[in-house]
Design a protein around this ligand. Sequence first.
Ligand code: ADP
Ligand code: MG
Length: 229
Amino acid sequence: MNAQRVAAAIEATALVKTYTQGDEEIRALRGVDISVAAGEFLAITGASGSGKSTLLHILGGLDRPDEGQVWVEGSALSDLDDEALALLRRRRLGFVLQFFNLLPTLTAEENAAFPLLLDGAPDALDRARLSLERVGLGARAAHRPAQLSGGEQQRVALARALVTEPAVVLADEPTGNLDSKTSLEILELLKETAEDGQTIVMVTHDDKTAGFADRIVGLADGFLEVRPK
Ligand code: ADP
Ligand code: MG
């Protein structure tokens, strides 16, 4: 492990991922290198089907690459067994995946507490309340998802991603199903999170959304390329 790998919050080299569908081979990633510094807000843009979700899932250890390597805070994910990987995902990474993914029978506070409840943290609900306050939803802690607007539900999802104070937040189209005003609120919160020192990797098909990040890279034909801001 070299010094550069320790310095990056999340880094990957030579990622390859190919799917087979019947006779067809879909080469989603063909050699992706990426390095994101602590406190950086990176956007990865690309058309629908360009491999953005595939890349984000591999970076977060939700899926394994066919080739290549991912390091989170210097730990190579391929060195971890399933249990160690699950712990790293839960404690060092925060996920904001498409369509909120809140449990409908739980309150906002219980949804936000979920990663801590899985870990048996005794102060899970208190920390969830703080995380909800951080995203401006302290007054809605006892509401269930059906009682919240789309933007509020996405803020609960963000509070859940932040509740463990993860090193890296991975966000997949975090504004995908929101109107422009609530999108702006979510993007501002992501920006503030990066300013607080956490690393954000966001994938989006939308150039305007990507413009909120510190740095933009594009994904096309299975490779990443630098895009001007
Ligand atoms: P994006 O998020 O940019 O829309 P994805 O990463 O979801 O792209 O998908 C990239 C390509 O890989 C697409 O052609 C998609 O159909 C294909 N793909 C994604 N996941 C699977 C899978 N589990 N099995 C087969 N093909 C897949
Ligand atoms: Mg996607």
